[in-house]
Design a protein around this ligand. Structure first.
Ligand code: ADP
Ligand code: 5GP
Length: 203
C-alpha cells in the first residue's frame, strides 16, 4: 500500500521549475525529489546523481527493456525517464514525491497513479519572457534554445490537463504559490487509504 503522494511539475525548459523548488524547499517540509535519468549531456555546473543520472543511450534502452522506468519520454531528441524503485520506496515511507517531468510524463503518471497525484504547470508570463530567460541562463547553444522554444509552443497547449497553473512572474510569488500547492498535494490520499479510513470511521 502506498502512503505518500505525488506532485508533478511540468512546464517549458527555462520556466523556472528548479528555481522555484529551491526557493520553496525550506517551507514545504520533507519531500523526495525524483532525480531523472537522461541521455542528454550535462550542462555546465550540473552533477551526476544530483541534477540527473546522465547515461548513454544504450544503457537507457536496457533500463527500458528491464521495465525499470515508471515513465519515460523522448524530449528535445533525448531520453528522459523516472526510475520506479526509489519512487516506490519514498511513497512507501509516506513522502511527498516531486517530479519535474514533461507533459508526456505527466500523462503516464496520471494513468498509473492518478489517485495520489497532484500536478502544476509552471510557465513564465509570456513566450518572450521564456526566450529571454533561456538566453540569460547561458547554459545552451542557440540551436538548443530554438528547439526548446519550439517545444514550449506545443507544451503550453497541455496547460488545461493540470490541477494548477503557476505563473512565474517573480520567483517570490511563484514560490509562495508552489508552497500552497505542495501542501495540498500532501493531503491527497490514495483510494485504498480512503477505503480503509471509511471502514474504521464506520466502526
Ligand atoms: P527550469 O528548471 O524550468 O528549466 P530554471 O529554474 O533553470 O528553469 O530557470 C531558467 C532561468 O530563468 C534561470 O537562469 C533562472 O535563474 C531564471 N529565472 C527563474 N525564475 C525567474 C523569474 N521569476 N524571473 C527572472 N528569471 C527567472
Ligand atoms: P532539461 O533538459 O531542460 O533539464 O529538461 C527538458 C524537459 O525534460 C523538461 O520539460 C523536463 O521537465 C523534462 N524531463 C526531465 N526529466 C524527465 C523525466 O524523467 N521524464 C519525463 N517525461 N520528462 C522529463
Amino acid at each position: 500500500m502506498q502512503k505518500g503522494a505525488i506532485l508533478v511539475l511540468s512546464g517549458p525548459s527555462g520556466a523556472g521549475k528548479s528555481t522555484i523548488i529551491n526557493a520553496a524547499s525550506e517551507e514545504i517540509g520533507e519531500y523526495y525529489f525524483s532525480i531523472s535519468t537522461t541521455t542528454r549531456a550535462p550542462r555546465v555546473g550540473e552533477k551526476n546523481g544530483i541534477d540527473y543520472f546522465f547515461v548513454s543511450k544504450e544503457s537507457f534502452e536496457e533500463d527500458i527493456k528491464a521495465g525499470n522506468f515508471l515513465e519515460y519520454a523522448e524530449v528535445h531528441g533525448n531520453y528522459y525517464g523516472t526510475s520506479l524503485k526509489p519512487v516506490r520506496e519514498a511513497l512507501e515511507e509516506g513522502k511527498l514525491v516531486i517530479f519535474d517531468i514533461d507533459v508526456q510524463g505527466h500523462r503516464l503518471v496520471r494513468a498509473k497513479m492518478n489517485d495520489i497525484t497532484t500536478s502544476a504547470f509552471i510557465t513564465p508570463p509570456t513566450l518572450q519572457a521564456l526566450e529571454e530567460r533561456l538566453r540569460a541562463r547561458c547554459t545552451d547553444d542557440e540551436s538548443v534554445i530554438v528547439n526548446r522554444i519550439e517545444n514550449a509552443k506545443h507544451e503550453i497547449k497541455a496547460l488545461g490537463e493540470y490541477d494548477f497553473t503557476i505563473i512565474n512572474d517573480t520567483v517570490e510569488k511563484a514560490a509562495k504559490e508552489f508552497v500552497i500547492v505542495a501542501k495540498a498535494a500532501r493531503l491527497k490520499q490514495s483510494r485504498e487509504d480512503e477505503a480503509k479510513f471509511i471502514k474504521t470511521w464506520l466502526g
